[in-house]
Design a protein around this ligand. Sequence first.
Ligand code: ARG
Length: 472
Amino acid sequence: MPLVTDANDLPNTEANMQWGGRFAAGPSVIMQEINASIGFDRKMWRQDIAGSRAHAAMLARQGIIAQDDAASITAGLDQITAEIEAGRFPFTTDLEDIHMNIEARLTDRIGEAGKRLHTGRSRNDQVATDFRLWVRDAIDGIDGQIADVMRVLAARAAEHAADPMPGFTHLQTAQPVTFGHHMLAYVEMLARDRGRLADCRRRLNECPLGSAALAGTSFPLDRDMTAHALGFDRPTANSLDAVSDRDFALEFLSASAISSMHLSRLAEEIIIWCSAPYGFIRLSDAFTTGSSIMPQKRNPDAAELVRAKTGRVTGALVGLLTVMKGLPLAYAKDMQEDKEPVFDAADAWTLSLAATAGMVRDMTPNLARLREFAGSGFATATDLADWLVRVLKLPFRTAHHVTGRLVALAEGRGVDLAGLSLADMQGVEPGITQEIFGVLTVEASVASRVSYGGTAPANVAKQARRWTEALA
Ligand code: ARG
């Protein structure tokens, strides 16, 4: 039997042992090549074995197969587990997929009893079950990883709750914020990502096993038993839907696309922040590479790749949506194309989360430079306008206009707002007093943003603490 990795140009002359009863000759090489999924679905071997164990135990409990047969099946599956773990399992494309590879091996090892395992089951409900289990495991792992990234961000936020940096809109200096506040913005995004995963997991957690090919089965299965044995909340309620639904994969991919977009935005900021004209942060050698020609270079490759991997993750979502959109009920082989995008997106997401946690932990903010630019570009102009409203009771629109004139005046002189004299200010608005200079500093600006969710250091420290406790 040729291995999956081998180039296999000889026609297969033997009919398939799993479904070959009606087939005199074997499939052509090309048929085999396009049909086989073992090259990728072997990733689900643990889930496949878990599903078979649950199914066999249930068949025996229901008196559908003998207890002895169930015991040999379980023992055989133990041996197969050991073989796969040891890298000694003879995966073959002749047997198309992970389900038939394992079942055939089982029969090789335990004989007749192995042939009873597939009673009341089809590969259609089997693959739907295996894949749900795989996605559920992926969700649990990735959820933990997102929590890790959130913990790192919250720690950096606590550390820099009071350190000012420029806040941007349109990537133009807008108002000063704190570095901690900026970190916590990403914590909020990632918290929503976890919410999406939890939501996906809740809907995913119904067991298709027992739906058989599409119509259910005449055997007296106990679907609650297999569902609970596999950690599902309940069996699925419609066999046609159960074997042809891949919403759980699509929801996983859409959660991954949104989360990757978040990671990409942070990566983009990291890239901008560590470019020399900005110089807001520095990444160590651990997360940068040099250039083969320009000795001064320190390139943020990890961040760039996190940004780029968003492309393949989003592509996976669009790809699977496109596969699914035209399929009549119930199962169609098209659905075998569901796994690679999900595996690929999960890998990309996992790696991106690890790299993000590493970079956030690694980066050193240049606090002096962040402080300097926090006050540049008339960043406290809104504070000036707010003072005119609060103290002189000017309508905000009027205050905005007065401030605009002061900014123009300062710009003409080449100074910032605090560089104007009181007389200059009073030339524009006679009511202005010396007190106004108190609101023009970066520190006063950030400290004044005490509205719930605002950037005031006390707020930020409190939010950082809240997240650190919630994630402990
Ligand atoms: N390898 C197949 C898949 O991934 C398993 C289900 C095959 N079912 C069938 N009726 N051919 O979808």
